[in-house]
Ligand binder design. Structure first.
Ligand code: FDA
Length: 309
């Protein structure tokens, strides 16, 4: 009886792993750099730019951190050599922010020096609130060295309205997202309505200030990115763009790989700048679970395939 029970448990476990792997295939590019670059080229063929992320976070092992810097440096070189329209997106806790601010800043400086030599763009992802202050501080330091860098702000956070004004004043480039981390009420809006209405407000701030640096307006330099799959926010962005005098190339829509492919295509056809965030690497499990939890329907789909052979 007991062995039957443990047999079915390990069977369930195997099934679960296989299903997660199937979802990971949809949402990530594969295990290595070649798979990521192949995906990036496929993206370019569809008229989209690629944002490459080497999966991993919260590193405290310095060996792992230096390996990560090497990986991103190789990526930058390959983007340049293979003439891929793309960039990298890095989590500060991959570069040592879980150990110390100084170490992380030093590592980012090294990586940005490589990016500068190839004239490639670097995004800094935003993680949980324990890292927000340090991430913004690192970003504001780095843009003194190289201005082809952007940072993420989350509409979930109550502080983002003031952070956005500060970043705009400093000439920063922002990717606006809702936020993927569960945060305390003290720091973050809890209801979807509040998170969305903050997103609307932040969008208005972005468009109101888009011509802060008038020299960028005509030459189509990226000023900010709208990273959401939410139709009403995308439609509102288009409305704001129509009312503003922003160059259609001064901002871009960003999506995650494997989500809303039809919408991406539609926006490309309308002449908008579209980029796809492509994670790759061996640490796909954590990322896939986060995406899975984001949407009740995904869990339902997975549960249904568990009971259907
Ligand atoms: P929301 O989750 O409300 O979804 C709106 C609609 O989009 C859904 O109703 C559905 O139609 C569709 N959709 C959303 N998720 C789906 C899924 N998994 N499968 C199928 N359909 C789905 N976060 C962060 O904290 N720091 C960061 O640095 C980044 N970086 C980043 C880059 C890019 C390019 C993107 C697109 C997103 C991020 N994020 C992020 C993640 C972001 O904060 C957020 O968790 C997800 O984008 C999901 O939120 P939406 O804005 O899509 O809205």
């Amino acid at each position: 009886m007991e062995s039957n029970h443990s047999h079915s448990q390990s069977h369930d476990h195997l099934l679960m792993e296989r299903l997660l792997l199937r979802l990971a295939k949809k949402w990530t590019a594969g295990h290595d750099i070649e798979a990521a670059l192949t995906e990036a080229k496929a993206c370019n063929i569809k008229g989209q730019k690629a944002i490459l992320n080497y999966l991993g976070e919260d590193y405290t092992d310095e060996e792992k951190i230096s390996q990560t810097i090497k990986e991103y440096s190789t990526l930058l070189e390959r983007l340049y050599e293979d003439k891929i329209e793309g960039c990298i997106s890095v989590k500060p806790s991959q570069l040592g922010l879980s150990i110390s601010y100084d170490l992380c800043l030093k590592n980012f400086k090294a990586l940005v020096t490589v990016a500068k030599s190839f004239e490639e763009f670097v995004w800094i992802d935003m993680e949980s609130t324990k890292y927000t202050d340090n991430t913004l501080e690192i970003y504001l330091t780095l843009i003194n060295y190289y201005d082809h860098i952007g940072v993420v702000l989350q509409s979930t956070l109550k502080r983002s309205a003031s952070d956005l004004l500060h970043l705009i004043e400093a000439g920063g480039k922002v990717r606006l997202v809702k936020g993927a981390y569960k945060e305390k009420q003290q720091y973050a809006f809890q209801s979807n309505d509040d998170i969305n209405s903050n997103y609307f407000k932040l969008l208005e701030t972005l468009f109101d200030n888009h011509n802060l640096r008038s020299e960028d307006v005509d030459n189509g330099i990226l000023r900010f990115a709208i990273a959401t799959h939410d139709t009403k926010l995308i439609e509102y962005t288009i409305e704001l763009w129509k009312k503003s005098k922003a160059n259609i190339k001064n901002f871009e829509f960003e999506f995650l790989k494997g989500i809303r492919d039809g919408l991406k295509k539609d926006l490309v056809e309308k002449g908008f700048r579209v980029a796809e965030y492509i994670p790759y690497g061996k640490e796909w499990l954590h990322y896939s679970i986060r995406r899975l939890m984001e949407r009740k329907r995904n869990i339902f789909l997975m549960a249904r395939s568990l009971i259907q052979p």
